[in-house]
Design a binder for this molecule. Structure first.
Ligand SMILES: NC(=O)c1ccc[n+]([C@@H]2O[C@H](COP(=O)([O-])OP(=O)(O)OC[C@H]3O[C@@H](n4cnc5c(N)ncnc54)[C@H](OP(=O)(O)O)[C@@H]3O)[C@@H](O)[C@H]2O)c1
Length: 365
């Protein structure tokens, strides 16, 4: 209701609220919450439990958010397994790192332009998004547009922002240039294809051989991929003959490792750079000596969390708004499956790929 008030009344409402800071009125309290918790590291299906969390009092500048949706990303799984370098403390860690919610209540001295009903995301993202209500300081929350599907607001930070940064931070690309990537069916991969297209950059994409890979190939082409190859198609000496009129790429993105990284390297031009940002196959990157000597290739790495901690991260919220703008314009889309919170086990099973390849699982609270 409050979001329908004219701006002047909203300001008045906030001022009244902040005055109550000096009154003896009791501070607002969050509703009881349900959270996905773990007390020790291990396989998600072994260590996760859904538990009731009692209501908490809001501090003066806290905002209580009713979560709408949050994805299960590979890094969420790695945190639960205990193999991710930065993890929430145990016991009582809550899963999840990004997501979208709706402002439920404001502490009496909140000054951010937030009203009940607004959509907000934690930005930079922060631990513990897999719960129905979250109370955090107002500075944590970034108001986002609510005219896009909630699953996009829930997933915009970790993967699309990674794609955007990697396209901008390593090699200066001009319209007409090309990049190469493996793991192209991932959300990062799908985002790379579309963000590159917006800037006139061609993409050469490598996907793994699996049931449904022909269909996946067609979907990536519909998103704007110039070329999509299955790994088995690249078992040849001169893969560059497959490029036709496309220029040799100066930049490659690797989120798989093993053979898929070796195939990516075959495409890189003299002096090219491969950026590794994931290791889905759990196999190491192996580089032939000749690639260093005769091609002078560079190997780099990207980690969004490190980038978020740098001074460059100041513009993070502007980039989020830009990305959601592209979603709104229909220029950025990717496959997701919204799954009710009550079906957490099923969502985890799918996210872990136990039943083969699945779209990104997004829990709806
Ligand atoms: N460094 C960073 O800051 C950063 C940020 C964001 C994401 N990431 C990483 O980026 C990668 C993609 O994340 P995402 O959320 O976009 O992925 P996602 O949408 O969950 O998709 C998973 C991807 O991994 C592929 N895959 C799964 N198991 C595989 C295996 N055993 N061998 C080869 N490929 C496999 C899938 O291929 P199919 O379609 O064939 O199943 C799919 O392309 C992950 O490694 C993630 O940790 C890193």
């Amino acid at each position: 209701m409050a979001r329908l008030l004219p701006p002047t009344l909203q300001i008045l409402r906030r001022r009244c609220a902040s005055r109550s800071h000096f009154s003896t009125a009791p501070s607002p309290v969050s509703p009881p919450s349900k959270a996905v918790l773990y007390d020790e590291h291990g396989a998600p299906d072994q260590v996760l439990r859904v538990a009731d969390v009692p209501p908490v009092h809001l501090g003066d500048r806290d905002v209580c958010v009713r979560m709408l949706a949050a994805p299960i990303n590979p890094s969420d799984i790695n945190r639960i397994e205990g193999v991710y370098p930065v993890r929430p403390p145990l016991p009582g860690a809550v899963g999840g790192y990004e997501g979208v919610g709706q402002v439920h209540a404001l502490g009496p001295a909140v000054t951010a332009p937030l009203s009940p009903g607004d959509w907000v995301i934690p930005s930079p993202p922060s631990f513990g998004t897999w719960q129905t209500y979250i109370v955090k300081h107002e500075s944590v929350w970034h108001k986002v547009r609510s005219d896009v599907p909630m699953e996009y607001a829930a997933t915009v930070t970790v993967n699309p922002l990674t794609a955007l940064r990697m396209l901008q931070d390593f090699v200066k690309l001009n319209p007409g240039d090309a990049i190469v990537q493996n793991g192209a069916t991932s959300i990062v991969g799908q985002s790379v294809i579309q963000l590159a297209k917006v800037h006139g950059i061609h993409t050469i994409n490598i996907i793994r051989d699996r049931p449904g890979s022909e269909e996946a190939k067609d979907k990536l082409k519909q998103l704007g991929a110039d070329e999509v190859f299955m790994e088995s198609q690249l078992d040849m000496k001169n893969v560059k003959n497959l490029l036709g009129a496309l220029p040799e790429p100066a930049l490659g993105f690797n989120c798989v490792g093993g053979n898929a990284a070796s195939l990516l390297l075959k495409f890189l031009r003299q002096g090219g750079t491969m950026v590794t940002y994931g290791g889905m196959s759990k196999r190491p990157v192996t580089v032939p000596t000749s690639y260093f000597i005769f091609k002078d290739i560079s190997l780099r790495g990207f980690w969004l969390q490190r980038w978020m901690n740098s001074d460059k991260a100041e513009d993070c919220r502007t980039m989020i708004d830009y990305l959601l703008g592209l979603v709104h314009e229909g220029k950025l889309k990717y496959e997701m499956e919204l799954i009710p919170f009550g079906k957490l086990s099923l969502a985890l099973e799918k996210a872990l790929g136990k039943d083969g390849s699945q779209p990104k699982q997004v829990m709806r609270f």
